[in-house]
Ligand binder design. Structure first.
Ligand code: AMP
Ligand code: ZN
Length: 459
């Protein structure tokens, strides 16, 4: 269903403001998402980024747009340091695991898509691998070379960022400050922000290398996204997405490449998902990480993680904790249980639909959109209409709310007591509320209050 009433508003990192979304073409929305580097399993932080993209896509779809969603797979060229030093992550991963770089790329790409399936993340309409687009990348570098934006060092061809006065605009980089403060050895690079377009194989043993006008070598990480986004979406498209870490380096460099080739930047909107944090630390594939498979092994519904991610706005950091995941799991169980008990055949409430979409369309305010869902559960609508309305929302939330719930999980008696306690709290009958809490406890459950109602946890 297309609502004619509400426009979609999105935050653009480039302009640092929320703007009305107007697609370039009426046919479809062109969306490019930076994909995974497939040298290891994706961690929960990585998956939060793809959940953000999925929500964006579903919000656009529920507004009637068709999506041309392109995602790359980085299977070569991403070095252990974003500053073009260190080893290629693929080659390093291969050595660590005693397999070929090609084998681990295939293995971890499959594992990545399994994770996406578990989280009900729609697959991109086009998936493109860096190793399958070497010719396009070489051509891109050649054009940059012809236009005078490159120079050569003993280890590769570099982009000369000094040639581009607008370099770093996306991240508002203080280039002089960076240059002055560059403690790392920038080697033969002229400027700290210059970056590799093509690296020479040198004397080292590499499994992944190709012949180029500059000899044997491999592409730099940033050029793959410029070459492939242009191939599949053209040199100007609607939205480019990625994690917030891409703002100062990867996306700044993609913009530089496109400006070097076409004199304009490639996307109308740049959107960035903020990090999931674990005990205030950054999650990393090589360091401390948590995998979706580990949660599934512990008995968690993977969609509880999806629910947890929906409880925070994509432009704020989310602290991961098992306690927060437990609350999300309980909330999700309550919802699926309610829906499994309600009859089919109801009608969508247009009033609640509008409330919901006012939030989704306002830069993906999903926590508020979820609150509308809970308001529906407590509304005066008939159970059938509640169900129809919530299942409409589920096209965006994708929490599989229409499944049959294991009715044994939280006994009805406990749920009833919790509902009574909620009512007592609303009426500010605190003593009654405490007594009900004690009764719930005696039945083996703790109850906690949150912005979206209560959560019950088995003790
Ligand atoms: P990678 O596979 O390392 O290239 O990362 C894949 C995506 O995950 C990129 O868009 C990163 O920006 C994003 N990412 C990395 N760490 C996190 C995190 N802790 N939280 C959210 N997104 C992340
Ligand atoms: Zn990219």
């Amino acid at each position: 269903m297309k609502t004619e009433l509400l426009e979609v508003q999105l935050y653009d990192t480039y302009r640092r403001a929320i703007h009305k979304f107007i697609p370039l073409s009426k046919e479809s929305v062109s969306l490019y998402a930076c994909g995974p580097t497939v040298y290891d399993y994706a961690h929960l932080g990585n998956l939060r980024s793809y959940l953000f993209v999925d929500v964006l896509r579903r919000v656009l779809e529920i507004n009637g747009y068709q999506l041309n969603h392109v995602m790359n797979i980085t299977d070569v060229g991403h070095l252990t340091s974003d500053a073009d030093s260190g080893e290629d992550k693929m080659e390093k991963g291969a050595r660590k695991q005693g397999k070929s770089a090609w084998e681990i790329a295939k293995f971890f790409e499959r594992a990545f898509f399994d994770d996406l399936d578990h989280l009900s993340i729609k697959r991109p309409t086009t998936i493109c691998r860096a190793t399958e687009h070497i010719a396009e990348q070489i051509e891109y570098v050649e054009i940059l070379q012809q236009r005078g934006y490159t120079y050569q060092t003993s280890d590769g061809i570099y982009f000369d960022t000094a040639k581009l006065p607008s370099y770093g605009k996306l991240a508002k980089l203080d280039i002089d400050g960076l240059q002055a403060g560059a403690r790392v050895d920038i080697g033969e690079k002229k400027r700290v922000t210059d970056f590799a377009l093509w690296k020479f194989s040198g004397d080292g043993q590499r499994q992944m290398q190709w012949t180029s006008p500059w000899g044997e070598g491999f592409p730099g990480w940033h050029i793959e996204c410029s070459a492939m986004s242009e191939k599949y979406l053209g040199n100007k498209f609607d939205i480019h997405v990625g994690g917030e870490d891409h703002i100062p380096v990867h996306h700044s460099n993609e913009i530089a490449q496109c400006e070097g080739r076409h004199d304009h930047q490639p996307a109308n909107f740049w959107m960035h998902g903020y990090f999931l944090q674990l005990a205030k630390e950054k999650l990393s594939k090589s360091g401390k990480s948590l995998l979706l498979a580990e949660l599934i092994d512990k008995g968690y519904d993977p969609l509880a993680f999806r629910y947890l991610v929906l409880t925070s706005h994509y432009r704020s950091h989310l602290q991961f904790s098992i306690k927060a995941l437990d609350s999300a799991a309980t909330a999700l169980k309550r919802l699926t249980k309610m829906l499994s008990q309600w009859p089919d055949g109801g009608e969508l409430s247009v009033e609640f639909q509008q409330q919901f979409m006012r939030y989704t369309n306002s830069d993906l305010k999903m926590p508020q959109a979820l609150a509308v869902l809970w308001a529906v559960t407590k509304s005066e609508l008939s159970d059938a209409d509640k169900k129809a309305t919530i299942l409409y929302f589920d096209q965006v939330l994708a929490l599989s709310l229409d499944r049959q719930q294991d009715l044994e999980t939280v006994p009805q008696a406990v749920l009833d007591l919790a509902e009574q306690r909620q009512q007592a709290r609303t009426a500010k009958h605190w003593q009654q509320s405490d007594e009900l809490r004690a009764q719930i406890l005696s039945l083996g459950f703790t109850v906690e209050d949150g912005s979206q109602g209560f959560t019950l946890t088995k003790i």
